[in-house]
Design a protein around this ligand. Sequence first.
Ligand code: SIN
Length: 525
Amino acid sequence: MRTETVDFLIIGSGVAGLRAAIELAPRGEVVVVTKDRPSESSTEYAQGGIAAVMSDEDEVGIHLEDTLKAGDGLCRQEAVKALVEEGPERIQELIAWGAAFDREGIKLSLTLEAAHSRRRILHAHGDSTGRELERVLLDRARSLPSVRKYPYAFTVDLIVRDSRCYGAYVLRDGEVTALFARATILATGGAGQVYARTTNPQVATGDGMAIAFRAGAQLEDMEFVQFHPTSLFAAKAPQFLLSESMRGEGAVLLNVRGRRFMEAYHPMAELAPRDVVSRAIISEMVKTESDHVSLDLRHLGKDFVKKRFPMIYETCMRFDINIARDVIPVSPAAHYIMGGVKTDLEGRTSLSGLYAAGEVACTGVHGANRLASNSLLEGLVFGARAGRAAADGAVQPVADAEYRHEAASIPSSDEIRKTLRSVMWERAGIIRCAESLGDARLRIHSYADIIGGNYRTRHELELKNMLTVAGLIVEAAIAREGSVGAHYRSDHKERGKDWKRHITLDLQSFRPGGEKTAAPARNTC
Ligand code: SIN
């Protein structure tokens, strides 16, 4: 096995990883490991925008209130305070580095999304905000000689000695390298791929959460998965996100009978919190015996639609949907996980030497439900914070590689991946109950051998990680016998006893593999 020693190891190159790399660059050699090409991350696909207080009509106190309200009582207030107070400075810095946010004249153009009480969402190229952020951060990182990228390298596991993380084992071209580091930052993004319907890219397989869990770190709030109400639902078309900013600009939802329905479910109608809109859509689908509803923005006019949503317009056109002329078939899809590797305000995890930032982390900023467009901001603010803390907490790494695992292979891994994704969608999705979650748990436990195995391909390692993270989501969802934020239990519709507690899981409290009888996947909740 090859070994290499670096100062700082960052796993993941979305907004959080790159921002951390930029912060660390003056403090030593930084290596950014990615399992794919460096720009392939959830950041790259973020459409709607990034929320921050950038106008005189807004105040950080109002952004704070909106975030706390969306989080439904489970946000960590100091984390939200850091987010909203430091956010504007991080945005100004991005602008100074060349970020081209859309403007009206010289003023930043700000839009509205669900549960924001002010127009505060910045966007770029209409609906390609994430791509612009990724471009600027990658350019900036490229200009720093101490930052080196290490693409197409899959992080198999973290290197842990005496309860401290000293880097990671990475797999590239079939060979494992031990990358020893003075400090390690996880910035691997989310886990949407564990669900059959998701807006997340293929890379979002929960790798960072799974490797942190195996290394002994604590994970928190894993039951809180946000489902985006509107992803494209058309034969042969990908599950493409239709940004909430479309509703922010006036698009409405219609059931398949052509009737508007959101006003009957919530006073904020189409701009109600995402969990409310997603459940309302499911309810309309049941009532009308349909598998989708429609998004209608025909009244906004072709010129506006093409200018404001150019990427969505072009993409839908490729699938013969003219969004300025036709209603768009949509249904909800898994979008964002509020939980993750538990961190303090500086990105420190419960495992010394390991830091986390971005969607992989649970800083407490999002509570039980994330306010739209707060996640890119979180990546910037907490990426920078984790970078600073990692530099301050760095120690001399051990350099004794101990990776001696025999590699196995998983027969029918494609089929198992497909089964897992549909079990999670059917049994641990938007509406859950004890029975459905119990079935999901049994299914996942029936794959305990896979979760415990060692593999030498990205595809198999991803499956092992997906099963691990799915197990954690299900376990936390079973433990929370109540409905809070994005976690909705049809058998416990009230908040339940002790609802303010956070559910924390680690190797001591949860080990997949106890029960092995598989149950059929069907939705009974
Ligand atoms: C969207 O554009 O609807 C997604 C924005 C977000 O999830 O923050």
